[in-house]
Write a protein that binds this ligand. Structure first.
Ligand SMILES: NC(=O)c1ccc[n+]([C@@H]2O[C@H](COP(=O)([O-])OP(=O)(O)OC[C@H]3O[C@@H](n4cnc5c(N)ncnc54)[C@H](OP(=O)(O)O)[C@@H]3O)[C@@H](O)[C@H]2O)c1
Length: 296
């Protein structure tokens, strides 16, 4: 099968599409025939060597939508099931940017009934991250929440999930994104930097760090998205960072929210797997709204 990998770190040109053996599922694993796999910022980080692994073949891709085509022992899934999954892992020999991927059964959920595979592939990583970040923040209904990077993948899902829970969300995004973030359920919009406001909670998906932390009221809560780059706590603010976990049960909850019309799946462009390097180059240009999705 074909798979997108890096064997030496670098820019988009470091991405190679190689022929490799089709992987076999072990116990409590399934093999998914990939229909679509989103490209995320973490894939660019892996490609650049941010997470190490020099000298190895590293597979790219965390998000997948497709069909179960083989199962190991002790799995509840059957061949033919349409699924989505998060294939967590910075340094692994193969990822979801491939024709087949093997994942743990507890990272898998039934695919949304209301979305095609290209859209479904945009759900796992970023919706799970948004949900788990909100779990950490635990904002009270009626409380105030600032989401930075609200037009992005994590931020957009966070706005929708929080608004659905009855939380008044202020969205910080680029000037041109007001209509988009309001359509996701933001009650208030801030363009550019955060100049004022003492929010009960801040989810910093734009990685503004101390500038976002400064907008939390004394004793409030801040959650970032880069565990290694957390601002130091101050003024009694509870600080933390989300580290996504591949939780199939939570993913199933998110699928239900997609099918209920609560979560929007946003696709910017699709690329053939063979064009993975081109998709990386597009991601690197910035300003993408919705996800770039690879199709084998
Ligand atoms: N810890 C975890 O488990 C985990 C999981 C998933 C993602 N992440 C991380 O979370 C971050 C967000 O991921 P993502 O996929 O949501 O990225 P994304 O889709 O690129 O979204 C980031 C958004 O923030 C915007 N932004 C950046 N700086 C801004 C500023 N100063 N003012 C207003 N908007 C600004 C970007 O706009 P432009 O495109 O115009 O720059 C973009 O809309 C990434 O760093 C990713 O690696 C962490």
């Amino acid at each position: 099968m074909r798979a997108a990998v890096v064997t030496s770190f670098g820019g988009p040109e470091a991405v190679e599409v190689v022929d490799v053996e089709v992987p076999e599922p072990g116990a409590r694993q399934v093999r998914i025939k990939v229909a679509a796999a989103a490209l995320n910022p973490v894939d660019a980080g892996v490609r650049e060597g941010v997470f190490g692994g020099a000298g190895k073949q590293i597979g790219l891709g965390w998000d997948v939508a497709g069909t179960v085509d083989a199962t190991g022992v002790a799995t509840a899934w059957s061949v033919g099931d349409e699924v989505v999954a998060l294939d967590y892992g910075m340094v692994k020999p193969l990822g979801t940017h491939a024709e087949y991927v093997v994942v743990d059964t507890d990272a898998v959920a039934t695919a949304p009934a209301t979305a095609d595979a290209v859209h479904a592939a945009t759900l796992p990583l970023n919706a799970l991250t948004a949900m788990q970040a909100l779990d950490l923040l635990d904002p009270a209904p009626g409380g105030s929440l600032l989401v930075t990077g609200a037009a992005g993948a994590v931020g957009g899902f966070a706005v929708q999930l929080a608004a659905h829970r009855g939380i008044a969300v202020t969205a910080l995004a680029r000037e041109d994104d007001e209509e988009l973030v309001r359509s996701l359920g933001a009650a208030r919009f801030i363009a550019g930097d955060v100049e004022s406001g003492g929010f009960d909670a801040v989810l910093d998906a734009a990685v503004l760090g101390e500038r976002a932390l400064a907008r939390v009221r004394d004793g409030g809560a801040y959650v970032g998205v880069i565990p290694q780059a957390q601002p130091a706590a101050e003024r009694g603010v509870r600080t933390g960072a989300v580290e996504v976990s591949a939780d199939g049960a939570r993913l199933a909850e998110l699928v239900r929210l997609v099918d209920a019309g609560v979560l929007t799946l946003r696709v910017a462009e699709t690329y053939a797997l063979q064009e993975a390097a081109k998709a990386h180059a597009r991601l690197g240009e910035g300003g993408v709204r919705g996800r770039l999705v690879l199709v084998p």
